[in-house]
Design a protein around this ligand. Structure first.
Ligand SMILES: [Mg+2]
Length: 260
C-alpha cells in the first residue's frame, strides 16, 4: 500500500500541472472546514465561498467537493454557490452548477435497520445519529466509551443476510453506506465526463473515507493528499488554495506551491 503523504508535503512538490490541466477534488469537513463537535456546528469562514468560485473559474469548472454530506447540506452551507458536488461519498452527483442531480440506483436502508439504529443511538447518551437517504452515521465524539459497543451492533447488521452495505470507520464515527459507493468511485465517475475528463485529478481529504479518493486520483495519474489532523492544517489548505487561485489569475503556468 502506498504511503499517505501529509498535506504539508505538497509544498515539497516543485510544481503542479497548470490549472488548465487539473481537476481539483476536495473533501469538505476537516479539509476546507474545521471539524466541529457535531456536523451541524461547522462554520464556513468568510471568503471561502468566493475562493471556491474563483478557483472554479480558473479551473474552467473542474472543481468539485466530494463529501459525506448530502448535496442539500452542502448547498445549505454555501447558499447560492451551486458548486459541483459528489454528495454522500458519491451516492449523488451534481457534475456542474445547474445540472440535475444524478442518483444511481442504490440499495435502500431497510426500515427495521433504521429503527434498530435509532434505538441504539438513544441507548448511548452523547451519541449523535446522522441519517442519510442511503445510510447513516453514528458520531461518538461525545461518547467515546460507546464506540466499541456501537461498532459491534452495526457489524451484526451488515453481517446478516441482507448484504450490499459496508460499515466504514470515520473520524469519531461509524458510517454504514452502500458497499458500491465510495469517494474513489466518485472520482472515477467525475473524470469520465466534462469538465473533468482529460484532466489530472488532485484530491485532498482528511478522513479514512478519503483514502479511496486519494487512491483513485493516483490511479488516474494524478495526486492525492491526506490532510493531517494537526491544529491549523485546515487554514493551511485554504491558504494553499488561495495561492493556486491567485497564481492562476496572474497567468502562472505552474501554480507553484510555495510559501506554505
Ligand atoms: Mg473530511
Amino acid at each position: 500500500m502506498q504511503s499517505r503523504p501529509t498535506f504539508p508535503e505538497i509544498a515539497a512538490l516543485p510544481r503542479l500541472p497548470p490549472l488548465s490541466r487539473l481537476a481539483l477534488l476536495l473533501d469538505l469537513d476537516g479539509t476546507l472546514l474545521e471539524l466541529a463537535p457535531v456536523p451541524s456546528a461547522v462554520r464556513v469562514p468568510h471568503g471561502l465561498p468566493d475562493l471556491l468560485r474563483r478557483l472554479a473559474t480558473r479551473l474552467d469548472g473542474a472543481l468539485a467537493l466530494i463529501s459525506g454530506r448530502s448535496i442539500e447540506e452542502v448547498d445549505a452551507l454555501f447558499p447560492g454557490l451551486g458548486i459541483a458536488v459528489a454528495g454522500e461519498h458519491g451516492a449523488v452527483l451534481r457534475r456542474a452548477p445547474g445540472l440535475p442531480l444524478e442518483r444511481p440506483n442504490l440499495p435502500e436502508i431497510p426500515p427495521d435497520w433504521r429503527e434498530s439504529v435509532r434505538t441504539l443511538a438513544a441507548a448511548h447518551p452523547g451519541v449523535l445519529l446522522e441519517e442519510k437517504p442511503h445510510g447513516f452515521v453514528l458520531h461518538f465524539r461525545q461518547a467515546e466509551a460507546s464506540a466499541t459497543a456501537l461498532f459491534a451492533a452495526l457489524e451484526k447488521l451488515v453481517a446478516g443476510p441482507r448484504t450490499g452495505f459496508a460499515l466504514v470507520p470515520a473520524i469519531m464515527a461509524w458510517e454504514l453506506r452502500p458497499a458500491c459507493v465510495d469517494k474513489g468511485i466518485a472520482v472515477h465517475h467525475l473524470l469520465q465526463r466534462p469538465p473533468y475528463v482529460g484532466r489530472i485529478p488532485l484530491f485532498v481529504g482528511d478522513d479514512v473515507t478519503d483514502d479511496d479518493g486519494i487512491r483513485a486520483a493516483r490511479e488516474l495519474g494524478g495526486f492525492g493528499f491526506q490532510v493531517g489532523s494537526t491544529f491549523g492544517t485546515v487554514p493551511r489548505v485554504r491558504s494553499w488554495l488561495l495561492t493556486l487561485a491567485e497564481a492562476g489569475e496572474h497567468g502562472s503556468a505552474g501554480a507553484p506551491c510555495v510559501g506554505l
